[in-house]
Structure formats: C-alpha cells, structure tokens
Design a binder for this molecule. Sequence first.
Ligand code: NAD
Length: 380
Amino acid sequence: MLEIKNITVLGSGIMGHGIAQVSAMSGYNVVLRDIEQKFLDKAMEKIKWSLDKLVSKEKISQSQAEQIYSRIKPVIDLKEAVKDCQLVIEAVPEIMDLKRKVYDELDKVASDDVIFASNTSTLPITEIANTTSRPNRVIGIHFFNPPQLMKLVEVIPGKQTSSEIVDKTVEFVRSVKKEPVLCKKDVPGFIVNRLFIPLVHEACYVMDRQKNQLTEIDSAVKFKLGFPMGIFELADFTGMDVIHKATVEMHQRDKKVINPHPKIEQLYNEKKMGQKSGEGFYKYSDDKYERIPLTEDLAQKCNPIQLVANILNNAAWLVTNKASDIQEIEKAAQLGLGLKKPLFETAKEYGISNIVKELEGLASKHGKFYEPDPLLVSMK
Ligand SMILES: NC(=O)c1ccc[n+]([C@@H]2O[C@H](COP(=O)([O-])OP(=O)(O)OC[C@H]3O[C@@H](n4cnc5c(N)ncnc54)[C@H](O)[C@@H]3O)[C@@H](O)[C@H]2O)c1
C-alpha cells in the first residue's frame, strides 16, 4: 500500500485552502490547485494570515510558519498538480456536473494508484466514484468549516471503496490531528448533516405549530438540548445557500430524511443567506460574529420535544440502517455540532417512550415522515 507524502488539493476556496494548511502543518507536501491565479493568490494570502496569527499566539514559531507555507505549492495545470501525489482531496464547488467534469479530467492524468477523496457535504460518494475508472479508490473525506479549527472529519466509503482505502483515509485524518468518524454507508447527509439540516426545518414547523418566537425556540435548543447556539442562529451562521442546497440534495435522494419547510426556500430566494448577507432568520449588523441574546427564561417558553424527537429519529435511523452506531453519532454530534450533552442523554431526560409517543402523534397528523424508527420503539 502506498505511503501518503504528497497531497493535491483541488479548489482553493473556503475549504480547500484550510485543508491545504492543515495538511502542510502535519508535514505533508501540498499542491493547491485552482483554475485561476487570482484564486490561488487569495488562498495563499489567507493561509499566510492564518499562520501569522498562530505565530502571534505563540502556537508555532516564525520559522515553523515559513516551513509550513513553503510546503504549499500553488499550481494551475492539473497534470502538473497531480504528478507526484498519492492523495487528491477535491474541494471544488458543490455542483454534481462540475464534480463529474473534474473527476473525468483527474482520472485521465493521475496515476492509477492515487486515492481520490471528495470533501462533498451532500453529494453521493458512489455516484462521484462511478465517474472514474477507480471507484474502489474513491472516498468521502468531509472536513468541517473552518478546517483549521474543526476537529471532526467524516470518512464515507462509497459502495465499491476498498477497506484498504478506508483504513488509509482514517489514518490520514488522524495524521493531520483530526478526529475521524466513519459513516459506514453513503447515506444522504452522512451523519452530521443528517442530524442538523432536518432539525432546521423541524424548528420552522415548531414555530408554526407551537406559535413560539424564534428566540424562544433557539433558547430551548441552547439551554435544554445543549447546542452551542440556537438552531436558527446556527442556520444563519451556516448560510441559507448551504442549507437550501443540502436540503434539495438530501430530499431528492431520500424522502424520509427531511420534511422540507418552505421558509428555507423562501429565505434563499429572498437572498437572506444569514450572517453573511446581513439577514436570515435574524437581522445582523456588520459584525460577522454577532450573537443572538438567548436566555434560560426564554427557554422555559418552548417545549422542544418535537425537535428532540426529530434529531433522535434521524440518529436512530443511522443505527438501524447500519451507517453508524450510537457512540460514533455522539462523537460526531459533539465535534461537528458542538453539542455539550449527548443526544441519547437528552432522549432519556425526555423519556424515550414520550419521544415515540410524540412521533406517533405527529405521524397521525402530518404523515409517514414522522413514524418512529424501530430502534426507538425497541428502546421504550
Ligand atoms: N463551505 C463549507 O462550509 C463547507 C463545509 C464542508 C464541506 N464543504 C464542501 O467543500 C467543497 C468546496 O466548498 P467551498 O465552500 O470551499 O467552495 P468555494 O466556492 O469556496 O471554493 C471552491 C473553489 O474551487 C475552485 N474550482 C472550481 N472549479 C475547479 C476545478 N476544476 N479545479 C480546481 N478548482 C476549481 C473555485 O475557483 C473555488 O476557488 C464543496 O463540495 C462543499 O460542499 C463546504
């Protein structure tokens, strides 16, 4: 099995430049590839800024920063970019047709033993893999934003990915000092987005059905469910473009995973993308890191059992369908969503039989989407 020393990152945007930096910080030689010099210049500038910040915080020395920076080589020509690499991490925009085109070109110029790892958040790994002549060497490697800070990386084998490639990818993730969580099946949303994206929609239904204010729901999510912020706040932070795109992709592949609420599409169409555009569920001033004032008192005004039921039902689905297990889901929720309290502990606080009853009640009023997963029923 080949040893990974040289990595090529395709796409130098939000994710690509961060993945390149994280890899170079762990000693890998990195080629960063984009389609125009101006994108690469911007990415290299951002990497320099981030390394300078680490120097000023005394996390690394000036000479370490210089060595790390010098290990990243910006390149435009694809053939040159992949000529010596053992692993390609693809972080081009989340558009299937574009990814297909990129993998088609890549497959022709990369040697046969190179591993292709996609950073896609929502597209099927198996479909990406099938556009290449090496589906057994294609895998999902889902870093979270920003890769420099977020510890979690989901590793997702496609249908034909070999176990050797899975092991090699997990080993690589550990080598860049991240925590891998294996999503054993290529299911829509993998683990974290399968928990998170449907919850945003469900929170919109809570607003309609329980007539709660945004801040009441968000306070309950923060103070009763152990999220680091409210769910609407987190959606605004993530961006309505990302949430909308993930919704479409997930719902197209699996109607059971998500019950789309029209509010998301509405905000997206109105270009209310969240913090980055100044308005999403909430309105923001210029400060990117503005937080919504949430309180324990406001939390008392909202019973979030419908939200607990939704996230637990999706967690249980992952277990029932052998995509993950409870321990790995808790790790993913803690590191990917910042949950301070394990999901299944929250479930016990609310009572699994109450959650099942809630789901059965919702199913009888609003349809099959809410039917409780057999795992939850068996845990009553
Ligand atoms: N932004 C996030 O929060 C986030 C989080 C996790 C995963 N992802 C996933 O990571 C991937 C990249 O997302 P992003 O937010 O970094 O996008 P981005 O738009 O910031 O960056 C994409 C980069 O790819 C470049 N590009 C386009 N075509 C290319 C090609 N043929 N070869 C090389 N580069 C090319 C673009 O010029 C751009 O610089 C997507 O699949 C996305 O779903 C994004």
